[in-house]
Design a protein around this ligand. Structure first.
Ligand code: RET
Length: 259
């Protein structure tokens, strides 16, 4: 492995983990995101908007706990491969993703106003994707690791397919404002989430082309963008307001007719 890549970062705690620099920055960014959304949502009374705020605040909130535990080396384990090689695996990521990816999908499902069966399926397949990724990360042979990666990636493709078909067509029934926010966020998800399986397979969990330092940095940037960036786009849109405060075009026309 490339020794420069291995050393990317700075060993903040002096325990031989240069990636603590990125984990520390990740913790701070998630905390800033959480408090920013809390302050922004303070005093919001619209019932629907409060749902989006609650979900979107929880996402970086959960991630800040996961990042802090990885920073202190708690969410970290060693996996001894069959050949004797030992891998450092930050499993706290998967605990984070297991809760936060369904919450992010729930935001999209609320925008699209899909039924419960669709939400349940989407969340279920997403959880399957994260859990099989974790099994892969803890597996001891390359064959097992790549097989679980494939399993997880197929689940991921189903999630993407659902977003771009069922949810997208349901969103078409909603106002122009909702549709445009939905489309922006789905594009963001499609691009950012696709980077995760790629990073995993080239990183220490897979081929090991990218060292732990660079991998931790890249996951941090992806996580912050997929959570805080996503929340930022969502919460500044009027699409999250209930129908009373943001009249649908047709409702506005009705009201005018009644005048
Ligand atoms: C894993 C394992 C390898 C295969 C696949 C994966 C997908 C992970 C994804 C994670 C998304 C995380 C987000 C976090 C923060 O907001 C688990 C790496 C497909 C898509 C969006």
């Amino acid at each position: 492995m490339d020794p420069i890549a291995l050393q990317a970062g700075y060993d903040l705690l002096g325990d031989g983990r240069p990636e603590t620099l990125w984990l520390g920055i990740g913790t701070l960014m998630m905390l800033i995101g959480t408090f920013y959304f809390i302050v922004k949502g303070w005093g919001v009374t619209d019932k629907e908007a409060r749902e989006y705020y609650a979900i979107t605040i929880l996402v970086p909130g959960i991630a800040s706990a996961a990042y802090l535990s990885m920073f202190f080396g708690i969410g970290l384990t060693e996996v001894e491969l069959v050949g004797g090689e030992v891998l450092d695996i930050y499993y706290a990521r998967y605990a984070d993703w297991l809760f936060t990816t369904p919450l992010l999908l729930l935001d999209l499902a609320l925008l699209a106003k899909v039924d419960r069966v669709t939400i349940g399926t989407l969340v279920g397949v997403d959880a399957l994707m994260i859990v099989t990724g974790l099994i892969g990360a803890l597996s001891k042979t390359p064959l097992a690791r790549y097989t679980w990666w494939l399993f997880s990636t197929i689940a991921f493709l189903f999630v993407l397919y659902y977003l771009l078909t069922s949810l997208r067509s349901a969103a078409k029934q909603r106002s122009a404002e909702v549709q445009s926010t939905f489309n922006t966020l789905t594009a963001l998800v499609a691009v950012l989430w696709t980077a995760y399986p790629i990073l995993w397979i080239v990183g220490t969990e897979g081929a090991g082309v990218v060292g732990l330092g660079i991998e931790t940095l890249a996951f941090m940037i992806l996580d912050v963008t997929a959570k805080v960036g996503f929340g930022f786009v969502l919460l500044r849109s009027r699409a999250i307001l209930g129908d009373t405060e943001a009249p649908e075009p047709s409702a506005g026309a009705d009201a005018q007719a009644a005048d």
